[in-house]
Design a protein around this ligand. Structure first.
Ligand SMILES: Cc1ncc(C[n+]2csc(CCOP(=O)(O)OP(=O)(O)O)c2C)c(N)n1
Length: 327
């Protein structure tokens, strides 16, 4: 969809910064796909390609003391939060230099120094954690907001409802961000969700809720600013549903027989990267040279990340017995 907004609502430097975040996420993901093809990355790999405008629209608005918990399709969120792409790629390679010393892998990127408290493989599993982080923020008076990112699959889980209930009752500073990409693995949302609009679920818990076009980075940013401000000001949680589409399969091994090419094509025409690039050029917010420089820099950064990961050692054998939780 072409952007119709008269004003971008952000200054040129910010706009170029948003493009930079989206391009870096896509470059990271494309490099991951390439490295998976070369068998450098094993296990599950869920790519965020197509959904970049959501991460770029929300995450740069957070402050340093804020926290993020996410699902397993979290590389884009980590890049947007400023995690080191080299250490992230090393984590995917299972190397000792990785963000979790190579023992977490793609679904468990973690960096406490950035308040990035994990990708979670259990659908909905991050939601009670976010509620707890919200409670800790109020209890300790840190004013930190927790951004809780989950997919549409989590909405039908018990944790969703339990977390919404307590977060609202106790006025916890949590922004619940639903990335509704239309599918849970190979199942269309309509086949598993009895309600109509997922964003209406906030009403049951008196949580203010909004739905936004997750393919439009500026639209996402606008509502995210309000959501974060609401949570930080002590009014309690906010529920934001970003409607988007994942361009690739659920994970790398997915023939995508559950959706047709015509539907994919419709969404690909709404690809947030070329559309935002065009907008920046039309509004003279960036020159062709500046845009190309962003793209080249991202490509170099991710090539360096893969080289760093490849040159890194495997964890030593003794590391098997480290960082194990034991009562
Ligand atoms: C509690 C639980 N049930 C089932 C699964 C298996 N599973 C893995 S991914 C997935 C789909 C989740 O889809 P969604 O939340 O929409 O996220 P998306 O992959 O679309 O980003 C399921 C059911 C799981 N990981 N956890």
């Amino acid at each position: 969809m072409a952007m119709t907004r008269d004003e971008m609502g952000v200054d040129k430097a910010t706009a170029l910064g948003l493009y930079d975040v989206m391009v870096r996420i896509r470059s990271f993901e494309e490099k991951c796909a390439e490295m998976y093809g070369k068998a450098k990355i094993g296990g599950f790999l869920h790519l965020y390609i197509g959904e970049e405008a959501v991460a770029a629209g929300v995450i740069p608005l957070l402050e340093a003391q804020d926290t993020i918990v996410s699902h397993y399709r979290e590389h884009g969120h980590a890049i947007a939060r400023g995690l080191d792409s080299k250490r992230m790629m090393a984590e995917l390679f299972g190397r000792a230099t990785g963000t979790s010393k190579g023992k977490g892998g793609s679904m468990h990127i973690f960096d406490a120094s950035k308040g990035f408290l994990g990708g979670y493989a259990i659908v909905g599993g991050m939601m009670p954690v976010a509620t707890g982080l919200g409670l800790a923020s109020n209890y300790l008076g840190t004013k930190s907001v927790c951004l809780c990112i989950f997919g549409d699959g989590a909405v039908n889980q018990g944790e969703f409802h339990e977390s919404f209930n307590l977060a609202s009752l106790w006025k916890l500073p949590v922004v619940f961000l639903l990335e509704n990409n239309g599918f849970g693995m190979g199942t269309r949302v309509e086949r598993v969700h009895a309600g109509k609009e997922m964003s209406h679920l906030g009403d049951a818990f008196q949580i203010p809720s909004e739905q936004v076009d997750g393919m439009d980075v500026l639209a996402v940013r606008e509502v995210a600013a309000r959501a974060i401000e609401h949570a930080r000001s002590g009014k309690g949680p906010f529920f934001l549903e970003a409607v988007c589409y994942r361009f690739r399969g659920h994970s790398m091994a997915d023939a995508m027989s559950y959706r047709d090419k015509a539907e994919e094509e419709v969404w690909r025409r709404r690809d947030p990267l070329p559309n935002f690039r065009r907008l920046l050029a039309e509004r003279r917010a960036a020159t062709e040279q500046e845009l190309a420089a962003v793209e080249e820099r991202a490509e170099r950064e991710m090539a360096d990340a893969a080289a760093f990961a490849d040159a890194s050692p495997n964890p030593p054998r003794e590391a098997m017995y480290e960082h194990i939780y034991k009562e």
